[in-house]
Design a protein around this ligand. Sequence first.
Ligand code: NAI
Length: 510
Amino acid sequence: MGALGRNAEVGVIGAGAMGAGIAQVAAQAGHRVHLFDNRMGVAEEAQRQIGATLAKLAAKGKLDASQAEAAAARIVAVHAIGDLVSAKLVVEAIVEDLEVKRKVFRELEVVVAPDCVLASNTSSLSITAIAAGMKHPGRMVGMHFFNPAPLLPLVEVVSGVATDRAVAQLVHDTAVQWGKVPVHAKSTPGFIVNRCARPFYAEALRLLAESAASPSTLDAVMREAGGFRMGPFELMDMIGLDVNFAVTKSVWEAYFHDPRFTPSMIQQEMVAAGYFGRKSGRGYYEYASGAAKPLPATEPPHPRPGHVRAAGESSLVAPLRERFASAGFEVVQVASDSAIGPAYFAAGDALLVPSDGRTATGIAVACGNANVVAYDLAHDYRTCTRLAVAAADSCSTAAASAAIGALQAAGIAVSRIDDVAGLVVMRTVAMLANEAADAVTQGIAAARDVDLAMCSGVSYPRGPLAWADAIGLAHVDEVLRNLAAHYGDARYRRSPLIVRRSATGGTLVS
Ligand code: NAI
């Protein structure tokens, strides 16, 4: 079917934050845009704002001045749904209310031509439900942009039960023509991103609930070891705790209270207190003028141990071994003991073991060596500036100090956290991959598209599925099994895809 012709007119209903952004994107792509809002003057104001934004981009040299002017001139504010009569695609971005959206689409259907594609920018409602009762539900599709629409590349193209394939493909190809990164998704609660991102917040909240570490420590570890642009608490403060809690609750309710998505008591308490994040001046952090951001817990300097030995080989050990070698350690290779794990280090008297979802104490008990220090996952051990570690309850002070000192000698700041299962980045990434794998298993999106959506929609440093492959699927499977055993909680049940692929030595996307 191909993309919508550039001469085709586009209608946008709702001229708020999203509608205005979508109108700008369509106009910049060369379409004439009719913009409608049922509040008097709102479409005109949005049109004026878009003109000003485009002029500013031209003044900064980011856009050709004549192109900016032409794009602004292509947007027309209109005053009735009837004025969308010649549109070939209408994107709706009005209030998030199923009945109101249904009413608007029913009105629209009798106005536009039979081949006009009708799209909703809804972020939480079912496309199937919006289309129900329409005369031609096959032309109804989700076109889910991210905020701000002119800047963020991802568009989830969402098909409901009745959506025609050709219609979804046209919207997909049109999004490409508009310079976006579209992915196909089935209409299910949260679509791809809002569902697959839940563990990013949920694991951090669980760690906070277990008093593993402070929000600033957990955020620093997720940024500096995990490679995420923002930590989960910083991000929740920016999104708004009320909004984040509402999305969490709606996904949990929509999945019939699946424990995977159970919200946190902490979220509920913070919202009840009116701590909504940046917008209310207080969330997990304080935003009053002069309020200093608390520093992450960072170990003071520890002495460098006399030796570091590497036992076994794995993707979690090899790059760190290089780093120890660069720090001047002569890293002798020895055989590994499978009770400890396939690969780990000995630093002084300590065993420095990559987290496998057990607590350090659990590993110590299993291998009969008291001095176990577990270390967290890093997005890239060669360049990370911080790592979280946890020492077994039985670990001696001298052994813990040797493990920390070795990492510090390699130029890594160390956040020592309580001895929780799976540490921070490891359990979060394992659960992100688990959720992504379930979305694939359930046919919501293709594996590559899930990874693409998480990288271009929420700027993850790596797609969760490709990340699991890089860690080694067998290890991710083990982390999940150990978390499930530790908590006895169905939240940590493994995705059938991970169970199957790891059993045969397969991968998720690679
Ligand atoms: P908004 O409140 O900024 O704008 C909504 C606009 O729709 C308002 O100007 C309002 O006057 C207008 N409107 C309401 N009912 C109308 C009707 N019956 N006919 C015509 N115009 C009507 O809301 P926002 O944030 O732009 O969200 C719009 C839609 O986009 C919602 O479905 C939301 O879930 C979705 N969305 C929002 C994102 C966000 O971050 N704000 C991100 C992605 C999707």
